[in-house]
Design a protein around this ligand. Structure first.
Ligand SMILES: O=C(O)C(=O)C[C@H](O)[C@@H](O)CO
Length: 259
């Protein structure tokens, strides 16, 4: 039996827009709640949330068979961590802070078995093959990996075309917050210079047919990003959804005075 089909990768290859959401509560129970909202993908965030291998795995388990495909974002693109996360069953990865084609090539190799990469062969005893239920996993796994890299700095944008041309990179995800910080606008992605850079990048990425990803916490920006070519679009984060709803509920009874 081959590796499971990566339906997110297949949909992106067909050019279908995929709407997703950040799972930052680092809890399988919360991610299971999120999965009832019919997102096409859910980002298990390990960069900015207190996830570990077991919480990642539990979230992969609760998303099994759901509409939402799991995408795991690592803190950085470390070979050993990529190996561990793929072996517990992730098939779609988002790697932040990519600034060169060499870095992109190394990331591709970390997700591939030899001779095309360096991924260690242990799938027969790993959840990735469902403990060898998928007994042909190792021969078919590479093709089902969806590797999206984040470009979120001026340095990365300078070599965007080189990263895009890297074989095995399935898409580029723009990080608006980090890009704004790198451009000197901490916490302000609304600056014209930042918006122009985002628009140019999304248009260039989508022109190649690869996935053009980005996140927005408000509908107006999200819709604009989609017009600029984004088709791997995150439209919110669980933590902010919970915090906002809770604060709004209480504000009806006790107006906030601390802001
Ligand atoms: O730079 C960005 O923006 C991102 O990469 C997304 C953030 O990390 C996300 O956690 C929401 O701000």
């Amino acid at each position: 039996m081959p590796a499971p089909t990566n339906t997110l990768k297949a949909a992106l290859k067909r050019g279908e827009t995929q709407i997703g959401c950040w799972a930052s509560l680092a809890d399988p129970y919360a991610t299971e709640v999120l999965s009832t909202a019919d997102f096409d993908w859910i980002l298990i965030d390990v960069e900015h949330s207190p996830n570990d291998l077991r919480t990642i795995m539990r979230q992969l388990q609760v998303l099994e068979g759901k509409r939402a495909n799991a995408v795991v974002r690592l803190p950085m693109g470390e070979d050993w961590l990529i190996k561990q996360v793929l072996d517990i069953g992730a098939q779609s990865l988002l790697i932040p802070m990519v600034e060169s084609a060499d870095q992109a090539r190394d990331l591709v190799r970390a997700t591939r078995y030899p001779p095309n990469g360096i991924r260690g062969s242990g799938a027969a005893i790993a959840r990735a093959s469902m403990f060898n239920t998928h007994d042909n996993y190792i021969k078919t796994a590479d093709a089902e990996i969806c590797l999206i890299v984040q470009v979120e700095s001026r340095a990365g944008l300078t070599v965007l075309d080189d990263i895009l041309a890297t074989e095995g990179i399935d898409g580029i995800f723009i990080g608006p917050s980090d890009l704004a910080v790198d451009m000197g606008y901490h916490g302000d992605t609304s600056q014209p210079e930042v918006r122009d850079a985002i628009k140019d990048a999304l248009e260039r990425i989508s022109a190649t047919g690869k996935a053009a990803g980005i996140i927005s916490m408000n509908d107006k920006d999200a819709q604009e990003y989609a017009e600029w070519g984004a088709n791997l679009l995150a439209v919110g984060a669980d933590i902010l959804m919970l915090a906002t709803a809770a604060r709004n509920a209480m504000a009806l009874w006790r107006p906030r005075t601390d802001r």
